[in-house]
Design a protein around this ligand. Sequence first.
Ligand SMILES: Cc1cc2nc3c(=O)[nH]c(=O)nc-3n(C[C@H](O)[C@H](O)[C@H](O)COP(=O)(O)O)c2cc1C
Length: 205
Amino acid sequence: MIDITQQSKILVLAGSVRRDSIHRKLARQTVEALRNAGVEATLGDLREFPMPIYDGDLEAGQGMPPAAKALKELARRHAGFAIASPEYNGSFPALLKNALDWISRPAPGERPLEVFRGKVAAILSASPGPGGGNRGLRHLRELLEMMSVRGGSAGAGNCPVERSVRRRRPPDAGGGPLGFRRIGGRSGASRRTKGRSSSLRGDSR
Ligand SMILES: Cc1cc2nc3c(=O)[nH]c(=O)nc-3n(C[C@H](O)[C@H](O)[C@H](O)COP(=O)(O)O)c2cc1C
């Protein structure tokens, strides 16, 4: 299984901009956990990238909106993604889909999906329903696969690592509710040189 902590720079996004959003908290915790694992991580708060609903006429007339351009540039500078997303009606929110759609658009002369191709992703949810956001993650995973994002075990092909947090616990409750589990217990020092056998863990204690 691909270990996102093997990547040098991870962009962490949340699929909600609500002030008290669980997933913004989860995203912040993910940044912290990644940094603790020695990875350079950036929080990309979608509230800071307000963009209209994708509209081909708007794109043709005015080009990519400035916030979409800025988010795309940010994504370009990162080797992978971690996305904490709520489940909305069995899928993931339009906010996230819209942002991903905009940044998937190629600039003139650019290859399609430039900022996604070959990158890795971990996806997380803590939605309060019985599935812990699992259905939403399934759709998000499919989308990322479509966008040529790698991840998951070798046997499963291209599939972002995913984790839903089934039993809710306030992400800001302390005690390291989110961490990165290293299968085989390798040390931090050997992390970048040995095999890729870790996974992202949402702690369900
Ligand atoms: C339009 C809408 C649809 C929702 N559908 C689901 C759902 O299918 N499954 C679920 O577990 N929660 C569902 N919820 C609840 C959200 O997952 C929950 O409010 C979550 O806390 C939102 O994430 P946030 O706290 O990061 O904003 C829905 C919420 C909204 C607003």
